[in-house]
Every structure is written in structure tokens, then in C-alpha cells.
Design a protein around this ligand. Structure first.
Ligand code: ADP
Ligand code: MG
Length: 704
């Protein structure tokens, strides 16, 4: 039966292989065993109950707490040709009756229900008569008070199951479950000796970063600017911040919408749809947003504030990159972010025992922001996974930003704070350092301090950011009063004495991307179809599917069906349009097709530099080769020089622009050939290193 499953996977979903854990889960379900699946967000849990729906006679019942998700999933299923429906409070009585009639008539493979429905007598009676082999309970952690989304109605699911004449197989699924929550799930859903399928929490495609003490709004505007084609979520902790940040972004021409619980349903709906349908690029939201958002191409999730627990953080951040493509999760941390959470815990009417739990969770979150080990490892350890992971993809493991010595600045700041008597807040200290004429500064006579205006070339905002960095790194301490003041710590004393240096990584653009014209064209086509059919673009195809098309360049039906994420039903609906788009593109860019063919033919069989040579001999430019092969131009050059060294026939003289030829030779004479950089520096910018290298080789050959 699992082979049958594999066939359906290809036919309906367009995927060749199961993801980790899926086959194991399916095998267990097929064998009629209760199954407990723990897979990270985006891991592919839905498939574990959708495929059985195709394999089994009768209907699969899916209990899900997320109303918006139901519609999304049903839309997605209908797109790939699987009959499914949902029943929840968004429908009126007549619609519900209609759907129930169809269910009864056997029209659907899958029925989604909110847990509350299972408590209703009428529904119970209705479901009792259905041929039902499997009940899937999604977001199963909702059954536990230790989790983060406790839903009392989840506790009643077991009563519903007991009321059935014949107990179906039960499948529980969750993404976040600490050991305590796992125990609760098994107990409260009364799973019978379930097979546990745990693939772990790791999300390899997510890049994690913590940015401490940066100017948050500035960081965000810059980030969005650098990634303007991408879609992302920005989480803030308060409505006020959501409002403020949305305004600010719109003012900078960013297509941003807002989302928080203070808006009326109707407004929230519009915002959410704008984001899902890609009319907006950015959604600024409180944690009210996101439950059940399945948008697969969220490329970044930025947290404007630190959330209250790592569970909450990982869930929110995990909404990035469901399609498996590299995506970024950035947490902007500022000392004091935890204060508001502490306040809410203390003010809540939780029992003192529960308050202790909440404080512990909060502390773990704060520690994440300060940890000096791998962020991914920290998260995985928190969720009870101790296997070390190969990370190299978080801000602590992979950090090629430049480190700058900022000891001198630190000394200025620290001694200024000292001279001001350690009695003032960030703004005041920054004002004095910047040499502000502010009334308060003059009143206190701070303009007579030796540190007054010693940083006058920087803005007050800039200096504040620097101070925040020192606080976040423990060099300064900010008191917890209503008007917090900045004090020195032992660490800063060492710096003043000159016993310790401070280095700071300087922020550079986080992502650099190749531009991919065809991908953009396919994306526009997808958008147009989405608008026409009123469905979100990612329901038509994932970014990863478009990506695959743009590199594979399929031009036949067979080739198109080989694309990941493209099944028979989607081919029938959209295949022709996308094929046409690809063919138009390859007609305009014949070199891409050539490159593609050569690369494919040689896959792993021919040394890389020789593939480059073949493309070069076919007349592709260095840049075209670089793009086609996803290499840096520098590597392409390297390949060609290597071929030249190995005696292949390459005319490297063509790398040297004629109009600069003389100048280049002169520069080489003047600077010698020890190092390339001095030569490059005396020449105009347009002259590339390639040109210089080529000139040296030719010159050397000549003189020898
Ligand atoms: P989860 O519910 O675990 O968060 P989903 O079931 O929504 O994850 O799946 C996430 C994405 O992974 C979906 O877009 C789905 O199409 C894709 N996916 C699922 N299974 C596979 C597979 N075997 N191969 C490739 N992609 C898959
Ligand atoms: Mg899911």
C-alpha cells in the first residue's frame, strides 16, 4: 500500500519522494496503529493524513483549531484534485447542511472540523454514521496546559472518540512539544500505544539571527529595502507598535499592512488577504496573526520585540520558509524587552506555581538573546534534542561580518557616564556626548565636562544605539526603575582601565541574491492567474516549484511533470501557460537552454572547470555562465585560467579591454606582479582582476 502511496504522491502532489518521517507515519497508519507525529512547521505533516484519505475507503476527519487554515488547506486540496471540505463557524446553517449532505453522499475524502463541533450533539450523531477510518488531530499540543495554545475543547476530543461505535485510528500531529507536552498529548487524547514519529525540530532552511542594540526601525527599513521582492512578517508586541511601524513603512513606500486584535474582524481579514494574495509584501502584526497561516513563501520573520517564550518564538519564526527555501528569522533584542513580559506575568491572575513556569520560560528566551553558542543548537536543546547539528547557518555560526574595534568609543561613553554621576538615561548621555545644546544639558552644566561633544560627528540616535549595544553585551547596566538610568558594570571598568577591548560586528546586507529574470516572469504569471481565480498565489505553485522551473527550463509535458510540486491536476490547469512562458523566455535567451543542457549532460561526470570551458566555447559570456551555473564570476574566471594552465585552447587576450591595454601593461611594469591589488588600484575601476591576470600571463609568456 505504501507503494500505492508513493504513486499518489507523484500524481497528486508532484513530489518524487517522501520527506523524513512521512513514510514511517504512513506505514503505521496503514497498519491501523495510533500514530503520534512530531515534525517541525513545514515538515509536511498534512500529507500524513491527506494521503491515507486517498488510500482508504471512507472519510478522514481532521480536527484543527485554526479556522483560516481550514479554508486554505481545502483550497489547496481542491487545486490538486482532492475532494475536501470544512465545517466551522464561518458558514451559515444552510451552507453547513449542504456540506453535510455531500459528506453523507460520500463526495469528500477529507472533512475538517473545529474541535468545538465535536461537542455538539447533532454533529456527534451525524459523524457516528460515517465510514471513518482515521481521525487526525492537528496542533495536538493544544490539549496541554503546558503548551502555548491550550484549548479546553481539545480535552473533550477523547469523549467524542469514545462515543463512536468503532474506534478509528487516531493520528496526533504537532510541531512544538516539550517532553511534558508530549506526555499530555498521549494521555489526554488517549492514544493507544502510538508509534512515535519524531523527525526533530530542526529547520535547516531557516537562518537564525539575534541583533542586539540596533536601531530597530532603521534596521527594518533597511532590511526591507535590501529584500524588496520578498514577503515577510514583522512581529511587534503591542498594537501601538504595530500601528507606528506600519505607518512608518507605508511612508517609505513599502507595501505594508497591519494586523492586531484591536482591529475589527473585517479590517483584519482585508489585511490578511492582502498579504496572502501578495498585494502587500509585509505584514506588521502582533502575535494575533499567523495561527494557521500556511503561506509557503514567507522569506523572513523579524521580531521587533522579544517574545515571551522560546515556544512562541519558534512557532512565529517558523512561519518563514515553509517551502524549504532559505529564509531568515531575525530577533531584534533590546535590554528591557523582558520588562513588559515580567509585568504581565506578575499582574496576571495565574497561580504562583504557573507564574514560576512563565518566568522560567521568559528567562530561557532572554538567554537565547545572549547565548554565545550556536542559536540553532540552543533552540534544539531547549526542546529536548541533544544531538549536535551541523549548523553553519545562524548569526553565531556563520558570521562573515567585519569586526571593528570600538574600544575608543566605549571609553568615551563610559567615562561620560561616570562623569555624569551614573544618574541619567540613554538619551541624556547621548545628548552630552553629541554636544547638544539641550536645556537640561546646560542646566546641569554638562557642557563643561571634558566628554561634552567628544562624539559630535555622530547623531544622538547613533550614540543611543551604541549605548544599547553596550547594555545588551553587559558593559552597562540599565536600572529597572520607571525612569531607568545607565550605570557602569565591572566589565566596563576593565575597558576604561584599558584591560579589555571591545569588538563589534558591523551590520552588512544579510542576503545577496542572483537576479533570476525567468523566476520573476513566472512569478508574475502566477500572480495574474491568482488574481483571476481569487486564490492566493502559493496555492497555485510554491516558490520552490517556480524556482525549479526556472533552472530546469522544461519545454515538454513530461519535463514539466518532472518538476517538484507539479502534479497531474495542476498540469492540466496551468501547465500550458507556464510552458509558454518558459518557451518565450528560452527563445529570447538561447544561451540559457544551451547552458542548461550542457550542465545537465555533464552532471557530476565532468570536472566543473571543463563544463565552464564548454559553455565559454559555445559563446556564453562570463556573467551568463556564472548565472547559469550559480557560481561567482570569480570562480568562472578561475575555471578558465585553470583550463588555460592545463593547455586548453583559450584566447585569454579577449579578457583584456583594448582601450586599457597599454595602461594595464604600464601598471604591471610599475607595480610588479607580486600582488594584484596595487595594480588594480592605479587603474580605472572598469578594469577587472581578470583583465589584469590575463595581461600578466600573456606578458610573462612573452618575456620568457
Ligand atoms: P506542516 O503541517 O508540517 O507545517 P505542511 O504539511 O503544511 O507542513 O507541508 C509544508 C510544505 O511541504 C507543503 O507546502 C507541502 O506541499 C510540502 N511537502 C510535503 N511533503 C512533501 C514531500 N514529500 N516532498 C516535497 N514537499 C513536500
Ligand atoms: Mg500543518
Amino acid at each position: 500500500m505504501i507503494d500505492e502511496g508513493r504513486k499518489l504522491l507523484k500524481q497528486y502532489y508532484g513530489y518524487d519522494t517522501f520527506r523524513e518521517g512521512q513514510e514511517e507515519a504512513l506505514t503505521s497508519i496503514i497498519a491501523g496503529k495510533d500514530t503520534f507525529v512530531i515534525m517541525p512547521t513545514g515538515g509536511g505533516k498534512s500529507l500524513c493524513y491527506q494521503l491515507p484519505a486517498l488510500l482508504f475507503d471512507g472519510i478522514v476527519l481532521v480536527v484543527s483549531p485554526l479556522i483560516s487554515l481550514m479554508k486554505d488547506q481545502v483550497d489547496g486540496l481542491l487545486e490538486i484534485g482532492i475532494e475536501a471540505t470544512f465545517i466551522n463557524g464561518t458558514l451559515d446553517y444552510i451552507e453547513i447542511q449542504e456540506r453535510l449532505d455531500h459528506v453523507k453522499a460520500g463526495k469528500y475524502e477529507i472533512l475538517y472540523l473545529a474541535p468545538e463541533r465535536l461537542e455538539m450533539l447533532e454533529m456527534k450523531l451525524f459523524l457516528r454514521d460515517l465510514p471513518m477510518k482515521l481521525i487526525a488531530i492537528d496542533e495536538a499540543h493544544c490539549v496541554s496546559q503546558w503548551g502555548h495554545d491550550f484549548r479546553p475543547s481539545y480535552l473533550k476530543i477523547r469523549h467524542f472518540i469514545k462515543s463512536l461505535d468503532k474506534r478509528p485510528t487516531i493520528l496526533a500531529l504537532t510541531a512544538t512539544a516539550t517532553p511534558q507536552v508530549q506526555e499530555d498529548i498521549v494521555t489526554f487524547l488517549e492514544l493507544k500505544e502510538p508509534s512515535q514519529v519524531v523527525t526533530g525540530y530542526n529547520r535547516e532552511n531557516l537562518y537564525f539571527a539575534v541583533e542586539k542594540g540596533v536601531d530597530k526601525t532603521r534596521f527594518i527599513t533597511q532590511y526591507i529595502k535590501d529584500n524588496k521582492d520578498d514577503h515577510g512578517i514583522i512581529y511587534c508586541s503591542t498594537r501601538k507598535e504595530v500601528e507606528m511601524l506600519t505607518e512608518l513603512l507605508i511612508g517609505k513606500d513599502v507595501k505594508a499592512v497591519k494586523y492586531h486584535a484591536g482591529m475589527v474582524d473585517h479590517e483584519r481579514h482585508i489585511s490578511q488577504d492582502d498579504f496572502l494574495y501578495e498585494r502587500a509584501h509585509v505584514i506588521v502584526a502582533t502575535n494575533a496573526f499567523g495561527m494557521g497561516i500556511d503561506k509557503s513563501n514567507v522569506r523572513y520573520v523579524i521580531h521587533y520585540n522579544m517574545p515571551k517564550s522560546l515556544e512562541a518564538y519558534y512557532q512565529e519564526a517558523g512561519r518563514a520558509g515553509r517551502d524549504g527555501l532559505p529564509s531568515e528569522c531575525i530577533l531584534l533584542y533590546k535590554t528591557g524587552d523582558s520588562r513588559i513580559h515580567k509585568f504581565f506575568i506578575e499582574e496576571s491572575d495565574l497561580s504562583s506555581e504557573q507564574k514560576v513556569i512563565k518566568h522560567k520560560k521568559l528567562q530561557a528566551m532572554v538567554d537565547y538573546c545572549h547565548t554565545s553558542k550556536c542559536l540553532r543548537e540552543y533552540i534544539l536543546e531547549y526542546f529536548g534534542e541533544s544531538e549536535p547539528v551541523e549548523c553553519n547557518f545562524c548569526s553565531l555560526c556563520k558570521d562573515d561580518r567585519e569586526e571593528v574595534d570600538i574600544t575608543a568609543e566605549a571609553q568615551m561613553v563610559f567615562s561620560c557616564i561616570y562623569r555624569m554621576g551614573q544618574r541619567f538615561g540613554t538619551v541624556m548621555v547621548a545628548s552630552v556626548l553629541a554636544g547638544s545644546q539641550n536645556k537640561k544639558v546646560l542646566q546641569f552644566g554638562f557642557d563643561r565636562l571634558s566628554t561634552y561633544g567628544i562624539m559630535k560627528e555622530r547623531s544622538i540616535k547613533d550614540i543611543q544605539e551604541l549605548i544599547n549595544f553596550f547594555i545588551a553585551d553587559g558593559y552597562l547596566h540599565m536600572t529597572e526603575e520607571k525612569y531607568p538610568v545607565i550605570k557602569l558594570t565591572n566589565k566596563s571598568v576593565n575597558v576604561i582601565k584599558g584591560e579589555e577591548k571591545i569588538w563589534r560586528k558591523i551590520q552588512v546586507q544579510l542576503k545577496k541574491k542572483e537576479d533570476n529574470q525567468l523566476f520573476e516572469q513566472l512569478r508574475s504569471l502566477r500572480k495574474a492567474i491568482a488574481v483571476e481565480n481569487s486564490i492566493p498565489p502559493y496555492i497555485i505553485f510554491h516558490d520552490s516549484t517556480l524556482n525549479d522551473m526556472s533552472t530546469q527550463l522544461p519545454t515538454t509535458k513530461e519535463a514539466m511533470l518532472g518538476i517538484k510540486g507539479l502534479g497531474v491536476s495542476k498540469y492540466e490547469k496551468y501547465g500550458d501557460q507556464f510552458l509558454q512562458c518558459i518557451m518565450d523566455y528560452t527563445n529570447d535567451h538561447p544561451e540559457k537552454t544551451i547552458a542548461n543542457k550542457v550542465i545537465k549532460d555533464h552532471q557530476d561526470k565532468v570536472p566543473s572547470h571543463l563544463v565552464t570551458l564548454e559553455l565559454f566555447n559555445k559563446g556564453l559570456s562570463l556573467k551568463e555562465i556564472a548565472t547559469a551555473r550559480e557560481l561567482k564570476s570569480l570562480s568562472v574566471e578561475g575555471h578558465l585560467f585553470r583550463c588555460y594552465d592545463e593547455g586548453h585552447d583559450i584566447d585569454i587576450a579577449q579578457f583584456i579591454p583594448q582601450e586599457y591595454k597599454e595602461e594595464i601593461y604600464q601598471a604591471i611594469d610599475k607595480c610588479g606582479i607580486e600582488k594584484l591589488k596595487p595594480i588594480k588600484e592605479v587603474l580605472p575601476n572598469e578594469v577587472s582582476y581578470t583583465a589584469i591576470k590575463a595581461a600578466i600571463i600573456l606578458k610573462e609568456n612573452k618575456t620568457i
